[in-house]
Design a protein around this ligand. Structure first.
Ligand SMILES: C[S@@+](CC[C@H](N)C(=O)[O-])C[C@H]1O[C@@H](n2cnc3c(N)ncnc32)[C@H](O)[C@@H]1O
Length: 162
């Protein structure tokens, strides 16, 4: 297990997402931000099995700095699922964005979504945009969890290919 510095520990929201994720890679954390979830995922999988993406050079540089040089996480730049083309990821996590953005990411690249065996989704607001997308899918089984953090309610979804 890779030991995380104390400031990198997960709060209840991201812990609930981590608990939803199967211990199975390769997996990508889309819009990884501070990289805490990717770091924890990497602690459960062999090296080279975790990717973390950010959408622009600035956040990519910050993610690289926070994860440090020795990280086993592969950092990628690009919009939504697009950096995953050709990587053969079995799973993806999209957490900490609005439901509308997450739904747009999933709708934009159906071929990349189709490559996934599982997806974990955690919208910060506008959950209904995401539940609308989920309702239109027939080939996923869906599990939903609800967590409280600092007085806010957070929904998380795990989708598994039927
Ligand atoms: C609030 S942070 C969430 C960080 C972390 N995933 C979490 O749940 O705590 C949202 C991140 O998503 C990134 N982001 C927003 N839109 C994106 C997109 N279309 N593709 C990839 N990353 C995106 C932002 O740059 C930002 O770092």
């Amino acid at each position: 297990m890779i030991s995380a510095p104390p400031r990198a520990r997960l709060g209840p929201r991201l812990r609930s997402v981590l608990q939803l994720c199967p211990v199975e890679g390769p997996v990508a954390d889309i819009g990884s931000g501070h990289g805490r979830l990717a770091h924890e995922l990497a602690g459960r999988l062999p090296a080279g099995r975790v990717f973390a993406t950010e959408v622009r050079p600035g956040p990519v540089g910050e993610l690289r700095r926070l994860l440090g040089e020795a990280t086993p996480v592969t950092i990628l730049e690009g919009w939504g699922l697009r950096p995953l083309a050709g990587l053969g990821c079995r799973g993806a996590v999209i957490a900490g964005m609005g439901g509308r953005t997450i739904a747009a990411i999933l709708e934009a690249d159906p071929a990349l979504v189709a490559e996934m065996a599982w997806i974990c989704l955690q919208p910060m607001q506008r959950v209904e945009w995401l539940t609308d997308w989920i309702r239109r899918q027939s080939d996923w089984s869906v599990r939903r969890t609800v967590t409280m953090e600092r007085g806010h309610v957070y929904h998380a979804f795990r989708l598994d290919r039927r």
